[in-house]
Structures are given as C-alpha cells and as structure tokens.
Design a protein around this ligand. Structure first.
Ligand SMILES: [Zn+2]
Length: 138
C-alpha cells in the first residue's frame, strides 16, 4: 500500500487532530478574550444588563463549543455579562479550489483535497472565525 500525500498542506488535518489532545485551558483563554471584548462593547453601547452574547467559532480554531459553554459562566462572573447566555454559531471549514474554483468542505474523506480535480491548492473561505457577533441586552 502506498501512502498518498495529504492535501491542504496537511496543516488543517493536523489542526483537527490536535484538537482532541489539547487541554481545556485553551477554551478558557479564548472565552476570557470574548468576555473582555463583550464587556467593552456593552459599555460603549451603554448596555447595563446583558441577556446574551453571540459569537462565531470556526472549525479551524479547534475550539470545542461544549467547553466554551461550560466555562462561560465562570469567565463572566463578576462582570456585566454575569448570568447572560453564550450563543455559539459554529462555522464549518469551507475552501475554494485554486485550480478549478470548486467550493468544498475539506475533510478526511476527501483527504483535504478538492473532490472535483484533486488539487491540494485551496483558499480557506470560512472556518477561522472567532468573533463577537452580537450582544443582546438593555
Ligand atoms: Zn479543484
């Protein structure tokens, strides 16, 4: 059996695989960043009571939404966000082939290559997000 090279520089796969090995502190540092940003944004918009904080999390960040949700109350404690809900929009990876222009979701099944022409050269269109989308409150 010959070993076929991995497309997408193998980098994406690496990222997706290491996701399982990481420790959970990774999520905590990200969630603290969002809490600080949301607090600042809330203050700028004169929001005193925040009901929900919506964020976009791309698959390529390797972040696990379940952990983000779990750590959120702790990170939000003592801030204007205490008691609010964290809403996560999980964004799967989308890529556009630089050879034929096809859009696809890189995965183990297509070996992170274009499923139409097999080219490894692709531009990531979505999946890197870690952004504040919206804050709901009054
Ligand atoms: Zn292609």
């Amino acid at each position: 059996m010959s070993k076929r090279p991995l497309c997408f520089g193998g980098g994406l796969q690496q990222k997706l695989l290491t996701e399982k090995k990481r420790n959970e502190m990774h999520e905590m540092s990200y969630i603290l960043r969002i809490v600080r940003l949301a607090e600042r944004t809330a203050a700028e918009n004169s929001l005193e009571k925040i009901d929900a904080v919506e964020i976009a999390v791309g698959e390529m960040t390797g972040l696990v939404p379940e952990y983000l949700t779990r750590y959120y109350p702790e990170a939000a404690r003592g801030t204007a966000l205490e008691g609010s809900e964290l809403v996560i929009d999980y964004v799967p990876v989308r890529a556009r082939c630089e050879n034929c222009g096809a859009e696809y979701a890189p995965s183990r099944e297509n070996r992170y290559c274009c499923p139409v022409c097999g080219s490894p050269r692709a531009k990531v269109l979505a999946g890197r997000e870690f952004e504040l989308v919206r804050i709901t409150g009054e």
